[in-house]
Design a protein around this ligand. Structure first.
Ligand code: NI
Length: 398
């Protein structure tokens, strides 16, 4: 049976989480958070090194032979002004831990404490990865490029993300795709300006853009297998000068999401065809730019099924099979390199007010989830380290 962490570990995790919550830092500015992580690892006697400015990798070497297992937490906050009214709310206007990365970092430090305390009985090596800039521009890829998975060579990796769909005591596991790709879309529609009273003498970019927004919805509704997931969202639109002037230009931005690489790749050509075709029908021209973002996160099915079965047998936690979401996560890059598992951690409770979705200024966590997270991370490290979990051979994709 995998035990819950001791009271002193739990108290320390709550203390750390609140300290990080008070001082949120955006991507690649996690200087205080990074220093806090390093101090804690020093206290625990865990060796560590800096990567990509504000990333940290700690290494716990077990006394017994076994595999090398990675555990990853993200550390960055969001540009949101907090409105929770909590006593430990953000002290920095316009910045907030509204996605739970404060909890992720604190729980990984809790797991570090537990693992460091059992070195003599620990099989294998655990690499603790504290990653910057998950919310953008992305810290996973540069940490991998600087060798965080190479020395020692990580054979399987897991992460936790808090999830307000499920309650403390529940964890969610999704074999296969669990998060979507997130590509950015930029569209400029160009017409010919003129007087609003004489539309026939100009080319109005506004009706062309309007038709494009509606036409793009056809990609999800009519062009994609209804059993596959795809999202085409236009998030911003702007253009025009005043009520009686024909707009010569409209700019739009959006996001394109998919779970499967084939559908993601097909989206680009589909968007271009719809935009160019509709623009031409309206005598306008259009320019499309797509910037590739994070790829989909694909949980290794063997690892996912194996860990769900392991937790059923060795813990009292409620292990749920959760459907994937269309959110994005740069853990995708880790999971492309080695078999990976994104585990959802339940935080929902009416009493704690933790029913808001991530990225909301009211976002809260039920701290009863924190010991569950520590327990889950430790369980993964031990089960993967001592060979209780089946680990497929690494698929090093270049
Ligand atoms: Ni997040």
């Amino acid at each position: 049976m995998i035990a819950q962490a001791d009271t002193d570990v739990i108290e320390r995790v709550i203390e750390l989480r609140r300290a990080i919550h008070r001082r949120p830092e955006l991507g690649f500015e996690e200087h205080e958070t990074c220093a806090l992580v390093e101090r804690e690892l020093d206290t625990l006697g865990i060796e560590h090194r800096r990567l990509v400015k504000t990333g940290v990798a700690g290494i716990v070497r077990g006394a017994l032979p076994g595999r090398v297992v990675g555990l990853r937490a993200d550390m960055d906050a969001l540009p949101i002004t907090e409105r929770t009214g909590l006593p430990f709310a953000s002290e920095i206007a316009g910045k907030m831990h509204a996605c739970g990365h404060d909890a992720h970092t604190a729980m990984l430090l809790g797991a570090a404490r537990v693992l460091a305390g059992m070195r003599e009985r620990l099989h294998g090596t655990v690499v603790l990865i504290f990653q910057p800039a998950e919310e953008g521009p992305g810290g996973a890829e540069p940490m991998i490029a600087e060798g965080v998975l190479d020395d020692p060579a990580v054979e399987a990796i897991a992460m936790l993300h808090v999830d307000p769909r499920i309650a403390p005591g529940q964890i969610g596991i999704t074999p296969g795709p669990v998060n979507a790709s997130a590509d950015e879309l930029f569209i400029t529609v160009r017409g010919k300006g003129g007087h609003g009273a004489y539309p026939h003498t100009s080319v109005d970019a506004i009706p062309a853009a309007s038709a494009i927004v509606l036409g793009l919805q056809n990609i999800a509704a009519r062009e994609t297998d209804p059993l596959k997931s795809v999202v085409v969202t236009i998030g911003t639109i702007s253009g025009g000068y005043r009520n009686n002037v024909i707009a010569d230009e409209v700019q739009m931005t959006g996001t394109l999401r998919a779970h499967e690489p084939e559908i993601r790749d097909a989206l680009e050509a589909r968007v271009r065809r719809v935009v160019d075709g509709i623009a031409a029908a309206y005598q306008a021209t259009a320019e499309v730019r797509i910037v590739k973002g994070y790829p989909p996160v694909v949980n290794d099915p063997l690892l996912a099924e194996g860990f769900a079965a392991y937790m059923h047998e060795h813990s009292r936690l409620d292990v749920e099979r959760l459907p994937p979401t269309m959110g994005g996560e740069d853990f995708a890059y880790f999971a492309q390199r080695v078999p990976g598992l994104h585990i959802r951690l339940g935080i929902r409770s009416e009493a704690a007010g933790s029913t808001h979705s991530g990225h909301s200024p009211q976002f809260r966590i039920d701290e009863a989830a924190l010991p569950v997270g520590v327990q889950t991370l430790v369980a993964f490290a031990r089960a993967a380290g001592d060979g209780s979990l089946p680990i497929p051979a690494s698929r090093h994709q270049v």
